[in-house]
Design a protein around this ligand. Structure first.
Ligand code: AMP
Ligand code: MG
Length: 485
């Protein structure tokens, strides 16, 4: 099915552990992403479901597969943990997809590994469905992300606060190299491994810089830019990752690890969902600061590689950090302006306009996603269905915004269309995901399949899916999401 071409497994043995997926009693396929399979050069229509279930629970190993669990460390909520690693995941192997890009195929929930510590290596059904939906939604919303290839039941109970059906997610990623992978070797002062990892990461993700004499510095900048692009994209969508620990930050700049993440309903600058984030470290508007903090961890690792000109490199990294901070601000404002229908170069006052808008959403306790769609109705006229309260703060915003729109010299229809192309109508709302999970736990996967269809076209209004665009009723609001463990 896959033509594996494994490169990580050729790295030194201390980069990973060779593992065997655990035997499970009753593999059963929940979902298979045939569109993604085709892109991976592995059309699977002809394979019976039983066979797919067996492959994507790790019961049948395909030829060329070399299962390994990767070693990494990481800063969790600011505290360094010297060894984390794939405690419940294994890399089946790598494939080169139809567009020539290398992709990791990984099972998550496939049993204990040498990195499991006290964990059971398993995944309950809920978090598997959640990651499937949210990662696929992220992809269709246009952001770099790991994707979901398959979800399957294992037929085994998983013990958490209660007993859940066990499941396995097959995840596809650009790679699973994290900032924490660098920290793992840096903490051990294993310079040889750090050098190998850096060269490998450059070759795999940023080959255009590999011949440069300053490749390590350029690598830092590339990762930084990719992270800035990603996190500003999250923020424009109202997405809160929830656990931006350094072990959950991919150096490819993809969204990875959908634990206690969420798309906000009502806008609040300091919104937090994660039940384990007591101090709001990973709150919505802390995400820029945390991105930079995480990048500075990567910078410190790379600095260890400077052989003679350490001071000079430290200075350059410091300057890069400043530039990345400025880039973050600039990209975030540009993306927010685009959502407001302003696509021509930024003008003085634009940043304030964005803040004015967000403050308005917060004060009026408005739904983030629906606010932008409703604002689009106001491009041409000042009457909407009463979504916004026409307070003086609103009028102030409205007047500046209208003037700014008009300065662009575009047709109103064009502006509205542009806005609706970047402002989704469907996001995987928390209360919907909870409903999907509740139904699945009762044995009904129809909502899960329906929601998968909804998230495929997030910008296109579809009559039959109207309910999915709605904000939760007060009794449906989800206040906390949990880690996928
Ligand atoms: P996460 O919070 O999902 O990023 O996971 C942090 C670390 O805990 C990673 O090293 C995971 O592999 C590990 N981990 C999470 N859940 C389990 C589990 N059920 N069994 C073993 N290890 C786990
Ligand atoms: Mg993780």
């Amino acid at each position: 099915m896959f033509r594996f071409d494994n490169t990580y497994a050729r790295l030194p043995e201390r980069f990973y552990a060779r593992v065997t997926p655990a035997a499970v009693p009753k593999p059963e396929l929940i979902a298979f992403n045939s569109e993604l399979a085709r892109r991976l050069g592995a059309p699977a229509e002809s394979l019976p479901e039983r066979e797919l279930a067996s492959i994507f629970t790790g019961q049948k190993l395909l030829p060329g597969s070399e299962p390994i669990s990767l070693a990494y460390a990481g800063h969790q909520f600011g505290q360094f943990v010297h060894q984390l690693g794939d405690g419940r995941a294994l890399l089946l192997g790598e494939v080169v997809d139809l567009s020539g890009r290398r992709r990791d195929i990984q099972l998550k929930g496939s049993g204990r590994t040498p990195f499991s510590r006290n964990g059971d290596g398993k995944a309950p059904l809920g978090p598997v469905l959640r990651e499937y939906l949210v990662s696929e939604a992220m992809h269709h919303l246009g952001l770099p992300t790991t994707r979901a290839l398959a979800a399957a039941l294992t037929g085994e109970p998983v013990y958490r606060e209660r007993v859940f059906p066990g499941a396995i997610l097959t995840r596809v990623a650009s790679s699973h190299i994290r900032i924490g992978t660098f920290e793992y070797f840096a903490a051990k002062r294993d310079m040889e491994a750090l050098r190998r990892l850096t060269d490998y990461a450059i070759q795999r993700h940023y080959p255009e810089i590999q011949e440069d004499s300053e490749a390590d510095l350029l690598f830092f900048r590339k990762v930084g830019e990719a992270q800035v692009e990603l996190v500003t994209g999250w923020m424009a969508l109202g997405f809160i990752h929830g656990v931006m620990n350094t072990d959950n930050m991919s150096i490819a700049g993809e969204t990875i690890d959908f634990g206690p993440c969420a798309f906000m309903d009502r806008f609040r600058f300091d919104q937090v969902f994660s039940s384990i984030d007591q101090f709001g470290r990973y709150a919505y508007s802390n995400q820029p600061k945390i991105t930079l903090w995480n990048l500075s961890r990567l910078g410190s690792c790379l600095l260890l590689l400077a052989q003679t000109r350490e001071k000079e490199m430290a200075k350059t990294l410091e300057n890069d950090m400043d530039s990345l901070g400025a880039l973050f601000e600039q990209r975030l404002i540009a993306k927010m302006l685009e959502k407001l229908g302003i696509t021509q170069s930024t003008q003085p006052g634009d940043r304030e306009l964005v803040l004015q808008w967000l403050r308005l959403l917060q004060t009026q306790q408005l739904d983030y996603t629906l606010s932008f769609r409703n604002l689009a109705h106001l491009v041409e006229s000042d009457s909407d269905s009463g979504f916004f309260q026409k307070t003086s703060a609103f009028q102030d915003f409205y007047q500046i915004w209208q003037k700014r729109l008009q300065s662009q010299g575009l047709e109103a229809g064009t502006i509205r269309e542009k806005m609706n192309r970047v402002n989704p109508i469907y996001i995987p709302r928390n209360h919907r995901i909870e409903q999907v999970i509740a139904a699945a736990l009762a044995g009904d996967f129809s909502l899960f399949h329906e929601m998968n269809e909804v998230i495929e076209t997030p910008f296109e209004e579809r009559e039959k899916f109207n309910d999915y665009s709605l904000a939760p009723r007060p009794d449906q609001v989800v206040h906390a999401t949990f880690c996928g463990t």
